[in-house]
Design a protein around this ligand. Structure first.
Ligand code: AMP
Length: 425
């Protein structure tokens, strides 16, 4: 069959890499893709957000199945439009993508259907939001309701800080995404993520993974899209996974069906684990990036039939197999990221890195020009390795990182530290 992957990050490279190995895939395209994806797919210069452009391409090329990576086209209704023109697509409709596109929607759903999460209020005006904050006190969490590229969450340690965040968001700092704020109880505990494939009715848990949000070693510095990840995540035990499926993911799938917004795609739950068990912090409606890269390295089964089954409502017939080995990915980013950084700097040595046993280098912001590999984005490469343990995978990943010559790039040197520290205990 002819498959199109939408997106240009490391997540989409990992998806394209897995799909290109599928027995069902005859031709693979990517829009817009990157230099790494170009090694396994034909890249076409259509932006992931260009819903009409992607629909037209899918129609013209007679694409059989579209796999959408990022949240923006999902929330903009790409899957709705593809399905309406007769192109099968993996991912939620815009109505179901509200689980990521509106934090207020998700909180209301949790309240209505008894899904564990922190107490909250939704506000479109400054004064009632501030009244709510003063009644509750700090620490307290203020969030822009809509998509804010991971920047719309303020953990306020004082009431004035929370009030400033409300004024900022409702004052327009996040544009439309900040037309409403959600003010939320601060939850203390350990964070974990759980991923599941969902077909509208059934949910199939995927392997666990943990990312590293902060830019620098020791979880210091600003928040980023993610600087590395590993799988499995020791905090997500089998018992916890079962608990999350029973108390959070399962009820969400049922709630979405009940609200006539059946969810299909990847449900990615951000959780806070405290003494009462897991509570939902937020949902994403797609694979995490870079968590997807480590999941794809550990997936033994063919990915494509599972994605098709999710789209067709047949996930109850799917059984995914995973390698016992751990996987770990180190993100190499342009110096300055997540702030401003130079573009079009030259990267060398990726081929040497790829030769390290168990290593695959996924590309994010790269392009090839005159035979040279150039960095075009903030997050640029995902050096991904498998190993018997997270520690072994880490050793291999950094051996590969050290073969890459890119003076304008940087990476964290401690990816996996939490899992490794746990293993020592
Ligand atoms: P979100 O995008 O909603 O997951 O928020 C981003 C990050 O903010 C989370 O990964 C947590 O580290 C933190 N966070 C979000 N909501 C809360 C909360 N209610 N209590 C404590 N930390 C939170």
């Amino acid at each position: 069959m002819r498959v199109l992957v939408v997106g240009s990050g490391g997540r989409e490279h990992a998806l394209a890499w897995a799909i290109s190995a599928s027995v069902l895939c005859d031709e693979l395209y990517a829009a817009p893709g990157n230099a790494g994806i170009a090694e396994v797919a034909t890249c076409v210069a259509i932006a992931a957000e260009d819903v009409d452009g992607i629909c037209a391409f899918a129609r013209d090329k007679k694409i059989d199945f579209v796999v959408v990576g990022p949240e923006v086209p999902l929330c903009a209704g790409l899957v709705d439009k593809l399905e309406a023109q007769g192109t099968a697509a993996f991912g939620p409709t815009a109505a179901a993508a509200a689980l990521e596109g509106s934090k207020g929607f998700t909180k209301d759903m949790c309240a209505k259907y008894g899904i564990p999460t922190g107490a909250y209020g939704r506000f479109k005006a400054i004064d009632p939001a501030i009244k709510f904050i003063r009644e509750r006190g700090a620490p307290i969490v203020v969030k822009a309701d809509g998509l804010a590229a991971g920047k719309g969450v303020i953990i306020a340690m004082s009431v004035p800080e929370a009030e400033a965040a409300v004024r900022d968001i409702l004052g327009g700092a996040f544009g439309n995404a900040g037309a409403e704020v959600v003010v939320e109880e601060f939850l203390d505990g350990e964070e974990a993520s759980v991923f599941a494939l969902v077909d509208g009715t059934h949910a199939l848990p995927l392997a666990s993974a943990q990312d590293h949000k902060r830019a620098f070693d020791g979880d210091a510095g600003p928040n980023t899209g993610g600087m590395g990840a590993y799988s499995p995540a020791p905090i997500v035990t089998d018992a916890m996974m079962a608990d999350v499926m029973k108390r959070i993911i399962g009820p969400t799938v049922a709630a979405m069906a009940d609200m006539k917004r059946p969810f299909k795609g990847v449900l990615f739950a951000g959780l806070m684990i405290d003494k009462d068990g897991p509570k939902l912090l937020e949902y994403n409606v797609r694979f995490g990036d870079p968590e997807c890269q480590v999941l794809m390295m550990r997936l033994k089964s063919d990915l494509l039939p599972a994605l098709l089954a999710a789209r067709d409502g047949r996930l109850d017939t799917v059984d995914l197999r995973w390698h016992d080995d751990a996987a770990l990915t180190v993100v190499m980013a342009a110096k300055g990221y997540p702030g401003t950084y130079a573009k079009n700097t030259v990267i060398e040595g990726v081929e040497d890195a790829d030769k390290v046993d168990g290593v695959t280098v996924f590309h994010a912001g790269t392009k090839r020009e005159d035979g040279k590999l150039l960095a075009t984005g903030g997050r640029v490469l995902n050096v991904t390795a498998t190993g018997r343990t997270v520690r072994d995978a880490q050793t291999r990943a950094y051996e590969a990182v050290d073969r890459i010559r890119w003076p304008e790039g940087f990476c964290r040197r401690d990816i996996g530290w939490r899992a490794i520290a746990r293993a020592k205990v």
